[in-house]
Design a protein around this ligand. Structure first.
Ligand code: SF4
Ligand code: SF4
Length: 411
């Protein structure tokens, strides 16, 4: 599917990527084509990593005038980063994409829709975002929100994760390693129950948890949109996390963890919480004779961005469920940060291919487990949009380890 020629894209004088060497590092081998979801859908070379890199290079070298097609193909990229590990020349595609998107926005070649700018502005101010999203938490808690984007869950309406962690720390007094938790903007404002489950799982497993209240948005959304306050957000988080007396910052969203890792690069380690828990002797959940089957999907930003092998088997075994990797588990589901909002048709096509197995999946119930809230939203649309007709639940893996409220812990 060739993307439609954008209308109204203005062609500004060419702004080049600062480091030409990055663009020049592509040796045109084409090994990235088969892993690229937009190339798989379209068969269009320009809609592949190699094609996009060529367009950007041609513009940077002045051989191609600033072209609306270049903007269009840039916008078509999901940002899944599957092309990076496939590349023998180690082209830093994600970094180049980030620069290019920022240039396109800064020079007016890309016009970010107002609603996305407004969402990014709010996400940059956690107190405001939390306040504005109070009704959403309330409606989710009472199951009264349309479920197209918002998967079922019961977040606390008023109690923050920081306060909740303080309460549990006082109650249980764990003595093990001490970590800081990244709560995230959307996670804390809308999907807070996943943060609460994360705190419970860590404390049940004798991990001390601190939640710095001065932390802010990781900047992933702004980065996806090419906005210009990413450095400011990263600096804020450097201040919030760098001087803490902890062994690591843990993140329960792979996209947020990847973004925070860029902010704290060379300083405090940032670990995916499931990867962190994989090194521990975890408390296991007992599911009795459950007929449930758990299908694990691996977020792109976990396996391609953070370059982890996956979710540790010890963690998946500790859920107590019979589990297996979903077919195409390492392929993109189409969420891509805000891609499912910017390019809903392409995102739906990518998901349709990947989610079809759920129509015949065994298990009662069938559970789709992942570790990124944006992927969870995307999987939820498979049910809401009728791509999957058979009932299934979407869960964060940390929720499947959750002892629930009022658990007992002996260390
Ligand atoms: S980031 Fe994903 S969608 Fe974009 S070029 Fe790479 S593989 Fe394709
Ligand atoms: S795999 Fe790397 S070097 Fe080969 S075409 Fe793709 S980006 Fe270029």
């Amino acid at each position: 599917m060739t993307p439609p020629l954008p209308t109204g894209s203005s062609c500004h004088p060419l702004a080049t990527i600062s480091d030409r060497d990055m663009l020049s590092s592509c040796v045109h081998c084409g090994l990235c084509l088969e892993v690229c979801p937009t190339y798989q859908l379209s068969g269009d070379e320009n809609n592949s990593p190699r094609g996009r890199l060529r367009l950007w290079r041609e513009e940077a070298d002045g051989r191609l005038a600033p072209d609306p097609w270049t903007v269009s193909y840039t916008e078509e990229c999901v940002g899944c980063l599957a092309c990076e590990p496939a590349c023998p020349a180690k082209v830093p595609y994600g970094e180049i994409l980030e620069h290019t998107r920022h240039q396109h926005v800064a020079t007016g070649r890309t016009r970010t829709p107002l609603k996305l700018r407004a969402a990014a502005a709010m996400a940059s101010r956690p107190w405001l975002f939390n306040l504005v999203m109070t009704p959403a938490r309330f409606l989710r808690r009472w199951g009264a929100l349309p479920l197209r984007l918002f998967f079922p869950g019961k977040p606390a309406v008023a109690l923050s994760t920081a306060r909740y962690a303080e309460q549990l720390m006082r109650q249980y007094r764990p003595t093990g390693p001490r970590v800081a938790l990244l709560t995230g903007c959307l996670m804390e404002a809308v999907f807070r129950e996943i943060n609460f489950a994360t705190v419970r799982v860590l404390i049940e497993n004798n991990v001390q948890v601190v939640v710095p209240e001065s932390q802010g948005c990781c900047g992933a959304m702004q980065e996806h949109l090419g906005l210009d306050n990413v450095d400011q957000l990263r600096e804020g988080n450097r201040k919030a996390f760098s001087s803490l007396d902890v062994v690591a910052v843990v993140a329960n969203s792979s996209g947020c963890g990847l973004a925070l890792g860029k902010a704290l690069k060379g300083g405090m380690p940032v670990r995916d919480v499931l990867d962190f828990l994989g090194g521990m002797n975890l408390k296991k959940r007992d599911r009795g004779n459950s007929k449930a089957r758990l299908y694990i999907d691996l977020p792109c930003h976990l396996v391609h961005g953070q370059k982890l092998a996956g979710i540790p088997e010890t963690v998946l075994n500790a859920t107590g469920y019979r589990w297996e990797l979903a077919p195409q588990a390492r392929d993109c589901c189409g969420s891509g940060g805000v891609y499912n909002l910017q390019k809903p048709d392409s995102a739906r096509e990518i998901l349709a291919k990947k989610s079809d197995f759920l129509n015949t999946a065994q298990g009662d119930p069938v559970i789709l487990g992942t570790s990124n809230h944006v992927c969870m939203m995307q999987w939820n649309t498979a049910r809401a949009d009728g791509l999957v007709r058979k009932p299934f639940e979407v869960k964060h893996v940390i929720q499947l380890l959750d002892p629930g409220e009022g658990f007992s812990a002996t260390y």
